[in-house]
Design a protein around this ligand. Structure first.
Ligand code: NAP
Length: 251
């Protein structure tokens, strides 16, 4: 029970890494708000966790919308009494992963709105409630593509780089109030987001070959890192970046 008595919001918490995180947090004793745009998956996951004896609530949230963040944070506190943990996990990949000269402004803005602005808004609205609780932990899900380049879409890289450095700056701003902010950098993970891409044998083989531990990541591999940063076990950790990539970027 590593999160006994804690209250957490997980954005994009209904699918992939977010789903694994919501399940693990509930199993470790947290009350979990699954905050997502996918009503069907979110409601099903809430039922599943509650049927298994955990505490969870699905709340609709589009992370791009400040009013919705305000409402979800307020509803979380109404239902569970406080807010200790926010995992800013909702993210989208760059559709078509175009080369930069073909990247449309609309496409750029769409990726930045979820992956960068969504992280900013989730952090912004967590702070006042965490202050009331005497501290808290914000875990922002970046990517190894926030640390290194690739032939993938530069909008995605830029958004994940923004998430990485934003987290360090927010960590410094709020360290004095025991509100910690860290980023997590997954490598190649099998989730609904990557299912289509990873179903291409050439991409699958290339990605596994680039990964020293010799396989794709599982959502749970990332969730365990998020759990550490969310829990009090990491109470002396802030402004750090946790890379979970099977060794890919150590080369
Ligand atoms: P996923 O399976 O697609 O799950 C993302 C969830 O976020 C989905 O439920 C999605 O809903 C939801 N979502 C999308 N836009 C949203 C919005 N505006 N507001 C609220 N929720 C929204 O993705 P994942 O692979 O688990 O990725 C989770 C995070 O890890 C992302 O930030 C991603 O960039 C990062 N990451 C993933 C990998 C990887 O290999 N999978 C690697 C590095 C980093 P819909 O399904 O309805 O769109």
């Amino acid at each position: 029970m590593r999160l006994e008595g804690k209250v957490a919001i997980v954005s994009g918490g209904a699918s992939g890494i977010g789903e694994a995180t919501s399940r693990l947090f509930a199993a470790e004793g947290a009350s979990v708000v699954i905050a997502d745009i996918n009503d069907e998956l979110g409601a099903a996951l809430e039922s599943d966790i509650r049927d298994g004896g955990g505490e969870a609530a699905y709340l609709k949230l589009d992370v791009r919308d400040e009013e919705q963040w305000r409402a979800v944070v307020a509803e979380t506190v109404t239902r569970f009494g406080k807010l200790d943990i926010v995992v800013n996990n909702a993210g989208i990949s760059a559709p078509g992963r175009p080369p930069t000269e073909e990247q449309t402004v609309e496409g750029w803005d769409a990726v930045m709105a979820v992956n960068a602005k969504g992280v900013f808004l989730g952090t912004k609205h967590a702070i006042p409630e965490m202050r009331k609780a005497g501290g808290g932990s914000i875990v922002n899900i970046s990517s190894i593509y926030g640390n290194v380049g690739s032939k993938g879409g530069t909008a995605y890289h830029a958004s994940k780089g923004a998430c990485r450095t934003f987290s360090k700056a927010a960590a410094i701003q709020y360290a004095g109030e025991q509100i910690r902010v860290n980023s997590v950098h997954p490598g190649f993970v099998d989730t609904p987001m990557t299912a289509e891409l990873h179903s291409l044998p050439s991409v699958h083989e290339e990605r596994v070959a680039k990964t020293p531990l010799g396989r794709m990541g599982l959502p749970e591999d990332i969730a365990y890192g998020i759990l550490y940063l969310a829990s009090d076990e990491s109470r002396f950790v802030t402004g750090s970046e946790l890379v979970i990539d099977g060794g890919m970027t150590a080369q």
